[in-house]
Design a protein around this ligand. Sequence first.
Ligand code: ADP
Ligand code: ADP
Length: 239
Amino acid sequence: MAILEVNDMGKKFTNHHFGTTRQAVHHVTFQLEKGQFIGIVGKSGSGKSTILKSIYRTYLPDEGSIYFDSEYFGKLDLTEATERQIIYLRKHEIGYVSQFLNVMPRRTCRELVEQAVLEMGETKAVAKRDAEIALMHFELDPTIWDTFPNTFSGGEKLRLNIAIATVKKPRLLLLDEPTASLDEKSKQRVRDVIEKLKASGTTLVGIFHDIEFMENLCDQIFDMNSKQIMEVASDRNEG
Ligand code: ADP
Ligand code: ADP
């Protein structure tokens, strides 16, 4: 069974000041099986980020449906989910990662990851243990665990973002151009991180500029231009 089903999803934005309306996305349909990785490609402004933000319910789509197979709620249309359900899902089942470090200031790297575990209702001891495992797993050097992330490099910030999002072991992880401002070496490390996530069975929806990067990692690629799944030119998806 699909873990995510986006059916004819559309979203428009109204500018109340000018009274204008802009259709950001239209007629988006795709399905994702558990453990798969779908990449979204398309030119800037084509609505890729709006799709991810609609799944995360930063935005409420105004057309179509987005079914998510929740562990807790069962099959749920995210466009009809209540605010409480969305808060629960963000804490436990759906993670969102962008290149921006969108976290509380004046908390150390370690505290930020521990916080994500505490929010799930775990004890301090579990939070400490899980945070250390996640920080090690995503190769954040122990010498920076107790420092503030505003001094981190782009690659370190991103790996911290991923550690915060994945320490909750979400069923679905949304990657919103996380590598946008990284150099080649850092991108390569992100590739390793994504491979680790895939190996652990996490289902992923991601936006990356580098199509080669995606082709080698994704099971499916959705093209915003044709609104279709592109053929991925390899046999690595079989079996
Ligand atoms: P991100 O966090 O990925 O930058 P944003 O939602 O901030 O995403 O912006 C995505 C795109 O939408 C950008 O092109 C931005 O200029 C545009 N945008 C964001 N907010 C508004 C707004 N209130 N009115 C018009 N365009 C907007
Ligand atoms: P992409 O991720 O493909 O670059 P986006 O999803 O960010 O595209 O944006 C798609 C369109 O929707 C753009 O025209 C953008 O300006 C508009 N848009 C995105 N977010 C907002 C917003 N919060 N308010 C108004 N317009 C927005």
